[in-house]
Design a protein around this ligand. Structure first.
Ligand code: ZN
Length: 223
């Protein structure tokens, strides 16, 4: 089911916003990266949100049709979160936003996360190493590695919900932005120093805007 899909758009500098971008219009037609359960697994692997040894475990625990149903839940979670982000982006989150977060906290309550002490080099690199992980202060050869019990297919929603919680708790929503590109639906967290990011990517929407401005100037010059 994944043969026709282009690579996912992972430009958001935030896994939770990358997840919102799992339906988009990369060229002219809308692409849905989460059509099925297998699509969802593929997307999570490509986004670095699922350890590579987990898909066989989840498939085995799944009744026929169950994985596809989870993909439906993932799409519903995505569109619910899009409404929340759209309503709150551009300014810091207030404590009263919690009133809207019941659906997210209900998913998070199902999580069976635990930790293990592992050798530093053996830690599974699900996400790129953080700076503090490899910094000069890392004197111990052992490290805390968060793990999760993947008991049923709907555990696939947990890394997504966790990413949403991290975006909400650890980021300034002032810097959550929508691409300014014409007809572009992609969003991102602006982590640039001057907070001047305007485009999903310079190569796509940035360039289009530059060309449009150029055409406009050329048109005015001819007048
Ligand atoms: Zn764009």
């Amino acid at each position: 089911m994944t043969d026709q899909l282009p690579p996912p758009v992972l430009i958001a500098d935030s896994p939770a916003i990358d997840f919102l971008n799992s339906v988009a219009v990369p060229v002219d037609t809308k692409v849905e990266w989460l059509r099925s359960g297998e699509d969802l697994i593929t997307w999570l692997l490509q986004a670095g949100m699922l350890p590579t040894d987990i898909p066989p475990i989840v498939r085995k625990a799944s009744a026929p049709g169950e994985l596809d149903a989870v993909a439906g839940q993932a799409r519903a979670l995505r569109e619910w979160f899009r409404k929340f982000v759209d309503a709150h982006k551009g300014r810091p989150l207030k404590p009263k936003a919690l009133q809207e977060l019941g659906p997210l906290n209900r998913i998070l309550a199902r999580d069976e996360e635990f930790g293990q002490v592992v050798a530093r080099e053996k830690i599974r690199r699900v996400r790129p190493a953080s700076a503090e992980d490899s910094g000069p202060e890392s004197v111990s050869g052992l490290v805390w590695s968060p793990q999760r019990r993947w008991r049923s297919p709907d555990s696939l929603l947990l890394p997504i919900a966790r990413a949403m919680a991290e975006l909400i708790c650890e980021n300034d929503f002032t810097h959550v932005k929508a691409c300014e590109g014409h007809n572009c639906v992609l969003m991102f967290v602006d982590r640039t120093r001057g907070r001047a990011r305007r485009w999903c990517s310079m190569a796509v929407c940035g360039n289009r805007a530059k060309q449009a401005a150029h055409r406009e100037r050329a048109h005015l010059a001819r007048k």
